[in-house]
Design a protein around this ligand. Structure first.
Ligand code: SF4
Ligand code: SF4
Ligand code: SF4
Length: 253
Protein backbone atom coordinates (compact mmCIF):
# COMPACT_ATOMS: atom_id res chain seq x y z
CA UNK A 1 0.00 0.00 0.00
CA UNK A 2 1.53 3.36 -0.95
CA UNK A 3 2.06 6.26 1.45
CA UNK A 4 -0.75 8.50 0.15
CA UNK A 5 -3.24 5.67 0.33
CA UNK A 6 -2.24 4.80 3.90
CA UNK A 7 -2.61 8.41 4.99
CA UNK A 8 -6.00 8.66 3.30
CA UNK A 9 -7.17 5.52 5.06
CA UNK A 10 -5.81 6.74 8.38
CA UNK A 11 -7.70 10.03 7.90
CA UNK A 12 -10.90 8.20 7.13
CA UNK A 13 -10.57 6.07 10.21
CA UNK A 14 -10.05 9.13 12.35
CA UNK A 15 -13.43 10.37 11.20
CA UNK A 16 -15.57 7.24 11.35
CA UNK A 17 -14.20 5.61 14.46
CA UNK A 18 -11.20 3.54 13.76
CA UNK A 19 -11.40 0.69 16.17
CA UNK A 20 -14.70 -0.78 15.03
CA UNK A 21 -14.03 -0.52 11.30
CA UNK A 22 -10.46 -1.69 11.70
CA UNK A 23 -11.45 -4.85 13.48
CA UNK A 24 -14.25 -5.50 10.93
CA UNK A 25 -11.91 -5.30 7.99
CA UNK A 26 -9.14 -7.34 9.48
CA UNK A 27 -10.63 -9.65 12.05
CA UNK A 28 -10.85 -12.62 9.69
CA UNK A 29 -7.23 -12.29 8.69
CA UNK A 30 -5.88 -11.33 12.08
CA UNK A 31 -5.67 -14.75 13.70
CA UNK A 32 -2.24 -15.20 15.24
CA UNK A 33 -0.27 -18.41 15.20
CA UNK A 34 -0.33 -20.20 18.55
CA UNK A 35 2.70 -19.98 20.83
CA UNK A 36 4.33 -17.34 18.63
CA UNK A 37 6.10 -14.34 20.13
CA UNK A 38 6.45 -10.89 18.60
CA UNK A 39 7.19 -7.43 19.96
CA UNK A 40 5.06 -4.33 19.49
CA UNK A 41 6.27 -0.73 19.12
CA UNK A 42 6.49 1.44 22.25
CA UNK A 43 3.27 2.54 23.97
CA UNK A 44 1.18 -0.23 22.40
CA UNK A 45 -2.10 -1.07 24.13
CA UNK A 46 -2.40 -4.54 25.68
CA UNK A 47 -2.26 -7.07 22.83
CA UNK A 48 -5.99 -7.81 22.47
CA UNK A 49 -6.94 -4.12 22.52
CA UNK A 50 -4.04 -3.30 20.24
CA UNK A 51 -5.13 -5.76 17.57
CA UNK A 52 -8.67 -4.36 17.73
CA UNK A 53 -7.54 -0.73 17.54
CA UNK A 54 -4.77 -0.94 14.95
CA UNK A 55 -6.05 -0.26 11.45
CA UNK A 56 -2.87 -1.55 9.78
CA UNK A 57 -2.20 1.83 8.17
CA UNK A 58 1.58 1.50 8.54
CA UNK A 59 2.15 5.10 9.62
CA UNK A 60 4.22 3.98 12.60
CA UNK A 61 6.33 1.84 10.28
CA UNK A 62 6.95 4.80 7.99
CA UNK A 63 7.77 7.07 10.92
CA UNK A 64 10.41 4.77 12.37
CA UNK A 65 13.84 6.22 11.43
CA UNK A 66 15.88 2.99 11.61
CA UNK A 67 13.03 1.07 9.89
CA UNK A 68 12.91 -1.68 12.46
CA UNK A 69 9.11 -1.96 12.35
CA UNK A 70 7.35 -4.17 9.86
CA UNK A 71 3.70 -4.82 9.07
CA UNK A 72 3.10 -8.53 9.49
CA UNK A 73 2.81 -10.38 6.22
CA UNK A 74 1.53 -13.89 5.51
CA UNK A 75 3.98 -16.24 7.19
CA UNK A 76 4.95 -13.75 9.91
CA UNK A 77 4.05 -14.65 13.45
CA UNK A 78 2.04 -11.54 14.39
CA UNK A 79 -1.56 -10.99 13.24
CA UNK A 80 -1.61 -9.98 9.59
CA UNK A 81 -0.97 -6.31 8.87
CA UNK A 82 -0.01 -5.33 12.43
CA UNK A 83 3.34 -3.67 13.20
CA UNK A 84 5.99 -5.60 15.07
CA UNK A 85 9.74 -5.88 15.39
CA UNK A 86 12.21 -8.71 15.87
CA UNK A 87 14.76 -7.95 18.55
CA UNK A 88 17.43 -10.41 17.38
CA UNK A 89 17.75 -8.75 13.97
CA UNK A 90 16.26 -5.25 14.40
CA UNK A 91 15.87 -3.96 17.95
CA UNK A 92 14.20 -0.65 18.78
CA UNK A 93 16.80 2.10 19.10
CA UNK A 94 14.59 3.98 21.58
CA UNK A 95 14.29 7.29 19.71
CA UNK A 96 14.03 10.07 22.31
CA UNK A 97 11.14 11.72 20.40
CA UNK A 98 9.37 8.35 19.83
CA UNK A 99 8.08 9.31 16.35
CA UNK A 100 6.17 6.06 15.86
CA UNK A 101 3.69 6.82 18.64
CA UNK A 102 2.01 10.23 18.13
CA UNK A 103 1.46 9.47 14.45
CA UNK A 104 -0.84 6.55 15.25
CA UNK A 105 -4.36 7.69 14.24
CA UNK A 106 -6.24 5.32 16.54
CA UNK A 107 -4.25 5.40 19.77
CA UNK A 108 -3.35 1.75 19.31
CA UNK A 109 0.00 3.29 20.21
CA UNK A 110 -1.02 5.52 23.05
CA UNK A 111 1.19 8.43 24.15
CA UNK A 112 -0.36 8.40 27.61
CA UNK A 113 1.19 5.02 28.35
CA UNK A 114 4.71 6.41 28.25
CA UNK A 115 4.17 9.94 29.57
CA UNK A 116 6.20 11.01 32.58
CA UNK A 117 5.15 13.30 35.44
CA UNK A 118 5.94 16.29 33.22
CA UNK A 119 3.28 15.16 30.73
CA UNK A 120 5.88 14.45 28.04
CA UNK A 121 6.55 11.13 26.36
CA UNK A 122 9.57 9.35 27.75
CA UNK A 123 10.80 6.31 25.85
CA UNK A 124 12.33 4.98 29.08
CA UNK A 125 8.77 4.39 30.30
CA UNK A 126 7.98 2.01 27.46
CA UNK A 127 7.35 -1.68 28.10
CA UNK A 128 7.76 -3.38 24.75
CA UNK A 129 8.77 -6.53 26.59
CA UNK A 130 11.06 -7.88 29.26
CA UNK A 131 14.53 -9.31 28.80
CA UNK A 132 14.99 -12.80 30.21
CA UNK A 133 18.38 -14.42 30.78
CA UNK A 134 18.85 -18.09 29.96
CA UNK A 135 21.39 -19.07 32.61
CA UNK A 136 21.97 -22.46 30.95
CA UNK A 137 23.44 -20.80 27.90
CA UNK A 138 24.73 -17.39 29.02
CA UNK A 139 28.52 -17.80 29.03
CA UNK A 140 28.90 -15.59 32.11
CA UNK A 141 27.45 -18.48 34.11
CA UNK A 142 30.38 -20.59 32.86
CA UNK A 143 32.79 -18.09 34.37
CA UNK A 144 33.68 -16.39 31.08
CA UNK A 145 33.90 -12.60 30.82
CA UNK A 146 31.36 -11.23 28.37
CA UNK A 147 29.14 -8.37 29.59
CA UNK A 148 28.09 -7.54 26.04
CA UNK A 149 24.43 -7.18 27.01
CA UNK A 150 25.42 -5.03 29.99
CA UNK A 151 27.38 -2.67 27.77
CA UNK A 152 24.74 -2.58 25.01
CA UNK A 153 21.79 -1.78 27.25
CA UNK A 154 20.73 1.86 26.74
CA UNK A 155 18.82 2.08 30.02
CA UNK A 156 20.95 2.76 33.05
CA UNK A 157 20.45 0.10 35.68
CA UNK A 158 18.29 -2.19 33.51
CA UNK A 159 21.18 -4.68 33.46
CA UNK A 160 23.62 -4.87 36.36
CA UNK A 161 26.46 -7.30 37.01
CA UNK A 162 26.34 -9.53 40.04
CA UNK A 163 29.90 -10.40 41.16
CA UNK A 164 30.14 -13.95 42.46
CA UNK A 165 32.95 -16.31 43.26
CA UNK A 166 33.57 -18.92 40.60
CA UNK A 167 32.93 -22.11 42.56
CA UNK A 168 34.65 -24.23 39.93
CA UNK A 169 38.04 -22.54 40.20
CA UNK A 170 37.49 -20.89 43.60
CA UNK A 171 39.95 -18.24 42.41
CA UNK A 172 38.06 -16.21 39.85
CA UNK A 173 35.08 -13.92 39.89
CA UNK A 174 31.98 -14.37 37.77
CA UNK A 175 30.14 -11.37 36.37
CA UNK A 176 26.54 -12.45 36.10
CA UNK A 177 24.10 -10.16 34.24
CA UNK A 178 20.88 -9.43 36.08
CA UNK A 179 17.89 -7.67 34.51
CA UNK A 180 15.83 -5.20 36.53
CA UNK A 181 12.39 -5.81 35.08
CA UNK A 182 11.09 -2.48 36.38
CA UNK A 183 13.62 -0.60 34.26
CA UNK A 184 13.90 -2.83 31.18
CA UNK A 185 11.98 -1.34 28.23
CA UNK A 186 12.16 -4.44 26.05
CA UNK A 187 14.07 -2.63 23.33
CA UNK A 188 15.95 -5.82 22.44
CA UNK A 189 19.44 -4.35 22.00
CA UNK A 190 20.83 -6.92 24.42
CA UNK A 191 19.25 -9.76 22.47
CA UNK A 192 20.67 -8.51 19.20
CA UNK A 193 24.22 -8.35 20.53
CA UNK A 194 24.25 -11.52 22.64
CA UNK A 195 27.25 -13.59 21.56
CA UNK A 196 25.69 -17.05 21.79
CA UNK A 197 24.28 -18.66 18.64
CA UNK A 198 20.78 -18.59 20.08
CA UNK A 199 20.58 -15.46 22.19
CA UNK A 200 20.99 -16.27 25.89
CA UNK A 201 19.19 -13.03 26.70
CA UNK A 202 15.93 -12.50 24.85
CA UNK A 203 12.89 -10.28 25.08
CA UNK A 204 9.37 -11.60 25.59
CA UNK A 205 6.24 -9.42 25.52
CA UNK A 206 5.40 -8.10 28.97
CA UNK A 207 2.03 -9.87 28.96
CA UNK A 208 3.69 -13.25 28.44
CA UNK A 209 6.49 -12.89 30.94
CA UNK A 210 5.57 -14.87 34.02
CA UNK A 211 1.99 -15.45 32.91
CA UNK A 212 0.43 -18.90 32.90
CA UNK A 213 0.06 -20.78 29.62
CA UNK A 214 -3.45 -21.45 28.25
CA UNK A 215 -3.12 -25.14 29.16
CA UNK A 216 -2.47 -24.51 32.86
CA UNK A 217 -5.26 -24.03 35.38
CA UNK A 218 -4.48 -22.62 38.79
CA UNK A 219 -6.01 -24.98 41.32
CA UNK A 220 -6.89 -22.13 43.65
CA UNK A 221 -8.65 -20.00 41.02
CA UNK A 222 -12.23 -21.07 40.21
CA UNK A 223 -12.45 -18.88 37.09
CA UNK A 224 -9.27 -20.46 35.77
CA UNK A 225 -10.72 -23.91 36.42
CA UNK A 226 -13.85 -23.04 34.41
CA UNK A 227 -11.72 -21.64 31.59
CA UNK A 228 -9.71 -24.82 31.18
CA UNK A 229 -12.77 -27.06 31.51
CA UNK A 230 -14.45 -24.99 28.81
CA UNK A 231 -11.53 -25.75 26.53
CA UNK A 232 -11.86 -29.49 27.06
CA UNK A 233 -9.12 -29.62 29.69
CA UNK A 234 -9.35 -31.24 33.06
CA UNK A 235 -9.44 -28.95 36.06
CA UNK A 236 -7.97 -29.82 39.42
CA UNK A 237 -10.53 -30.94 41.93
CA UNK A 238 -10.89 -28.53 44.79
CA UNK A 239 -9.94 -30.28 48.06
CA UNK A 240 -12.91 -30.84 50.37
CA UNK A 241 -11.63 -29.48 53.67
CA UNK A 242 -14.63 -30.80 55.63
CA UNK A 243 -14.01 -34.36 54.42
CA UNK A 244 -10.35 -34.02 55.31
CA UNK A 245 -11.16 -32.80 58.82
CA UNK A 246 -13.72 -35.58 59.34
CA UNK A 247 -11.12 -38.14 58.33
CA UNK A 248 -8.51 -36.67 60.66
CA UNK A 249 -11.03 -36.69 63.52
CA UNK A 250 -12.19 -40.24 62.80
CA UNK A 251 -9.32 -41.77 64.72
CA UNK A 252 -8.19 -43.59 61.60
CA UNK A 253 -4.66 -42.28 62.05
S1 SF4 B 1 11.17 4.30 19.23
FE1 SF4 B 1 12.24 4.72 17.27
S2 SF4 B 1 13.22 2.78 16.71
FE2 SF4 B 1 11.73 2.31 18.29
S3 SF4 B 1 9.91 1.69 17.13
FE3 SF4 B 1 9.67 3.88 17.60
S4 SF4 B 1 10.52 4.97 15.85
FE4 SF4 B 1 11.22 2.83 15.70
S1 SF4 C 1 -0.22 0.96 15.32
FE1 SF4 C 1 -1.31 2.82 14.70
S2 SF4 C 1 0.05 3.77 13.19
FE2 SF4 C 1 0.76 1.66 13.43
S3 SF4 C 1 -0.30 0.53 11.83
FE3 SF4 C 1 -1.59 0.39 13.65
S4 SF4 C 1 -3.04 2.10 13.49
FE4 SF4 C 1 -1.36 2.49 12.04
S1 SF4 D 1 15.72 -5.16 26.41
FE1 SF4 D 1 17.86 -5.50 27.03
S2 SF4 D 1 18.95 -3.71 26.24
FE2 SF4 D 1 16.77 -3.16 26.23
S3 SF4 D 1 16.39 -2.17 28.23
FE3 SF4 D 1 15.93 -4.36 28.50
S4 SF4 D 1 17.84 -5.25 29.27
FE4 SF4 D 1 18.38 -3.25 28.38
Amino acid sequence: MDKARRRAIAGAFKIVGAAALGSMVWSAAAKAKPNAIWLRPPAALPEKEFVAACIRCGLCVEACPPKILKLADFGDKAPLGTPFFTARSNPCIMCPDVPCVPICPTNALNEDLIKGDDGKMNIDNSKMGIAIIDSEHCIAFEGLRCEVCYRECPVQGAITLDFRQNERTMRHAMFIPVVDHKLCTGCGKCEKRCVTAKAAIFVVPTELAGSFGAHYARGWDEKDQERVEGQGGEAHKKPNSKKTLDRLNSGEF
